[in-house]
Design a protein around this ligand. Structure first.
Ligand SMILES: Nc1ncnc2c1ncn2[C@@H]1O[C@H](COP(=O)(O)OP(=O)(O)OP(=O)(O)O)[C@@H](O)[C@H]1O
Length: 269
């Protein structure tokens, strides 16, 4: 199932956070959404998982406007793994993952054997089975992140949205989690801050800056020295190495014109 945004605008308070975003993720494609802090990445995801209605433009999942369908239908098509999603008090990993089945149930339906199999499979695929009987609030950030991904998988979505899914993870767990996601073959749009990880994992990247798409395409087409300088404020160069992996070499110093820099007190003459 494809995801297509066209001309999407969004406001938060008086601020226009998205100023006409066009973005597509093809069936089974893994697209990384990157950009500096405050560029509108999380806001863009919110317009897709129906937490923030766009003020303009259209968000289409599988050929239909997500804001024109029922919340239940939208949840059958799209699942989101968000940063620091709160879990209800006392709920275990297994119970939280089972909540992913909700969009597939009628009001009075009970879990079926198939539901239990799907939940067990989601826990196994994300390496979260060890947390099935543990209270989610007592899990580490990385452990919780796996459970949240398992919940999203239990939802059996056709489109997966990830907002900084590797935030709490150690380096090995980062590779593992994104490897799991890549192998799912789902249509995936993931906000990632780690550009090296994004370059390794994603089929394509979309670079957002101040609510607008400034580059989209293959890793080397998007993370050009100009984009690294003008959007991210660093001197850096991405290059494909002999093993086929794109790595980014950074200058140690951020560019001076980004941010106020250190405060230097004037000395009396
Ligand atoms: N309630 C609000 N009212 C006004 N502005 C807001 C509100 N919430 C967020 N913003 C602003 O909207 C902009 C976009 O925020 P958003 O969280 O989408 O950015 P982001 O690219 O995901 O950032 P980060 O990388 O830091 O997570 C930011 O400048 C933020 O300060």
């Amino acid at each position: 199932m494809r995801l297509d945004l066209s001309g999407v605008c969004a406001r938060l308070g008086a601020t226009e956070v998205l100023g006409g975003v066009d973005l597509s993720v093809g069936e089974g494609e893994f697209v990384g959404l990157v950009g500096p802090n405050g560029s509108g990445k999380s806001t863009l995801l919110r317009t897709v998982y129906r937490s923030l209605r766009p003020t303009g433009g259209v968000v289409v999942v599988g050929g239909d406007d997500v804001w024109g369908m029922s919340a239940r239908e939208a949840a059958r098509r799209t699942a989101a793994v968000l940063q620091d999603s709160p879990a209800p008090d006392g709920v275990t990993g297994g119970e939280l993952v089972a909540l992913g089945r909700t969009p597939h149930h009628g009001l009075f339906d009970r879990d079926t054997e198939r539901d239990r199999e799907i939940v067990a499979d989601a826990l196994r695929r994300t390496g979260a089975d060890a947390f099935a009987h543990r209270v989610v609030a007592g899990l580490s950030g990385g452990e919780r992140q796996r459970v949240l991904l398992a919940r999203a998988l239990a939802q059996e979505p056709r489109v997966l949205l990830l907002d900084e899914p590797t935030n709490h993870l150690d380096i090995r767990a980062r590779f593992e989690l994104l490897g799991v996601v890549a192998e799912l073959g789902l249509t995936t749009l993931a906000v990632l801050h780690d550009l090296d990880l994004a370059a390794r994992t994603c089929d394509r990247l979309v670079v957002l800056d101040r609510g607008r798409v400034v580059a989209a395409g293959g890793v080397l087409e998007t993370l050009t020295p100009g984009v690294m300088r003008d959007v991210f404020g660093v001197n850096a160069e991405a290059a494909r190495h002999a093993d086929g992996v794109v790595r980014i070499g950074y200058d140690a110093q951020p560019l001076a014109r980004f941010g106020p820099g250190p405060v230097v007190e004037e000395q009396p003459a």
